[in-house]
Design a protein around this ligand. Structure first.
Ligand code: NG1
Ligand code: MG
Length: 521
């Protein structure tokens, strides 16, 4: 799946046939509006989709593999460029949104040769463009040298991934923005891996210490396949097809309409979880690996990860279980880690800063400086046991899910109900673990899952960060309507929703394509 981001020649190269009738007027509107706003036509459009995560929740930042898929909804960004004037010390970016009643235009001048500043304490939609810009510029300066002069850009964006809904509108926007900046500055061929890596790091500038699942799904995905994303050693992604089943399987996405704004809740939700799993990695390492062994610095948001502990535990020369590892499969390694976590992290009620600092042989201020300085968190106790148990069991479920998908089904089987149910069981276990161990569900999402399973879904679970947002359901094709109706009657009817919200509430989604550039002729 590596290689350059494709340059699309027509919308058929980007969308499934069923979406074309909707996309043509949308793209024409973007181009017409661009010309009206800026007085000349756009040169190209960059595009990156949202995603739904099938399985592997809250483990990407612990560097365990995940299985998301891109959706059709996306961010499309029309762009025109102008070379920076010879004597200019800054270049200028003008960013507008098709929905200008909701998203005010932004204009900023960036000093040539310096990093783009982003104030993550102020929540502005243009921050997402800036974060793509910042990442792309970093790469461009590295590639083209210090003399490189970025061009001025005029930008008009249209996004139809629901915001704050767990479908990663943020990653769609950041990756499309970074791609736009690369293409604007003459990179006609943008490497998918480079684009993804820069988008992962630069999205953190917006204030969320996120993992790399969303950007990977958004860039790498191929139509008709889910995307298996791994983070070690290095980022990689490969397509995974669902085998034909009977009954046919559908992915249904249902909104909870509970908006979880990570910029507000980060210190008690998302960013806190990143700290908790990093603490767990350091703690398990300190107790279980031989003194003097270093936990390797890695691509985790805080520079260490449970995956790093895992590798050190089994594979570091002199690491404690080194010998045993030789005969263990990855699944068995994870089962062993579940056992040692239960034996080592025994406190159900969480650990204090003092307790963690003592085991890590640091002072509390040192601990805070190391783990909580860049992204502040609010907690007195840190639930290392529950968080680590979620991560190891979820990483295991992802592998089991993949094994099921890749095990050849009996071709021509007239009934694959058992297989469908096995997939469903794993996804349901994810929901239980998210609710009980990771505490990232909410009563509304729990309700949605209960209703949908009651109406015939094999499985229902939150998708994305949780605490609100979206849910994903694996549903036999002949039960989709029943699930929809049950959710309408038992969940949405109680809410005060606009017509647009009602229309978007429950949709069937098929694995869609990743990022692309389209040159306007
Ligand atoms: P959402 O909230 O759906 O964008 C977030 C993270 C992911 C991953 C999931 C949980 C961002 C950009 N993404 O997704 O990296 O950790 O939560 O699995 O914050
Ligand atoms: Mg997001």
């Amino acid at each position: 799946m590596s290689g350059p981001v494709p340059v699309a020649k027509s919308l058929e190269d980007i969308y499934p046939p069923t979406a074309i009738a909707y996309e043509i007027p949308r793209w024409n509107n973007l181009l017409a509006k661009f010309e009206k706003e800026f007085g000349h036509p756009a040169e190209f459009i960059s595009r990156s989709p949202g995603r739904v995560n099938i399985i592997g929740e809250h483990i990407d930042y612990s560097l365990y593999s995940v299985l998301p898929m891109a959706i059709t909804a996306d961010a499309i960004i029309a762009v025109s460029t102008k070379p920076a004037a010879a004597d200019a010390t800054t270049f200028k970016i003008s960013v507008r949104n098709v929905q200008d009643n909701k998203f005010a235009p932004g204009e900023f001048n960036v000093p040539i040769g310096s990093e783009v500043e982003i104030d993550s304490t102020v929540f502005e939609w243009t921050n997402y463009f800036k974060s793509g810009l910042r990442g792309a510029l970093g790469l461009l300066y590295r590639k083209k040298g210090a003399d490189f002069r970025p061009c001025d850009m005029e930008v008009l964006m249209d996004g139809n991934v629901p915001v704050g809904g767990g479908l990663s509108s943020s990653a769609a926007f950041v990756t499309a923005s970074a791609l736009a900046v690369m293409a604007a500055n003459g990179e006609s061929s943008v490497d998918k891996k480079e684009l993804t890596e820069l988008a992962i790091v630069s999205e953190r500038a917006v204030g969320v210490n996120s993992g790399g699942m969303d950007q990977s799904a958004s860039v790498f995905s191929e139509q008709g396949s889910a995307t298996f994303v791994s983070f070690t050693p290095g980022l990689s992604a490969r397509p995974v097809k669902f085998p034909p089943t009977r009954p046919e399987l559908c992915f249904v996405i249902a909104q909870s309409f509970v908006t979880s704004n990570k910029h507000v809740t980060g210190p008690i939700h998302y960013n806190l979880r990143v700290v908790e799993v990093s603490f767990a990695a350091a703690y398990l390492h300190a107790v279980l690996n031989p003194p003097g062994t270093q936990l390797p610095e890695d691509a985790g948001p805080l520079g260490i990860s449970l995956q790093g502990f895992h590798d050190t535990f089994f594979y570091h020369n002199g690491g404690s279980d080194y010998a045993a590892a030789k005969s263990l499969t990855k699944e068995e390694e994870l089962r062993r880690l579940v056992e040692v976590t239960k034996e080592t992290l025994t406190r159900e009620d969480g650990y204090t800063r003092e307790e963690i600092a003592a085991v890590l042989q640091m002072s509390v201020p040192e601990l805070e400086q190391r783990f909580m300085a860049r992204f502040p968190v609010r907690a007195d106790r840190f639930k290392l046991r529950q968080r680590a148990l979620h991560v190891f069991t979820e990483a295991l479920r992802v592998l089991e899910f993949l094994t099921l998908l890749e095990r050849p089904l009996h071709t021509g089987a007239t009934d694959t109900t058992q297989f469908n149910q096995e997939l469903g069981r794993l996804m349901n276990e994810t929901q239980d673990s998210c609710r009980d161990l990771y505490e990232c569900s909410c009563p509304e999402l729990d309700d949605i899952c209960r209703i949908s399973r009651g109406a015939g879904a094999y499985s229902s679970r939150l998708t994305g960060a949780g605490w609100g947002g979206c849910s994903v359901h694996l549903v036999p094709a002949d039960k989709v309507q029943a699930v929809k109706e049950a959710l309408e009657q038992q969940y949405y009817a109680k809410m005060d929703l606009t017509d647009e919200q009602k229309e978007q509430a429950v949709v069937v989604s098929r694995p869609a394509r990743g990022s692309a550039v389209y040159i306007v002729e």
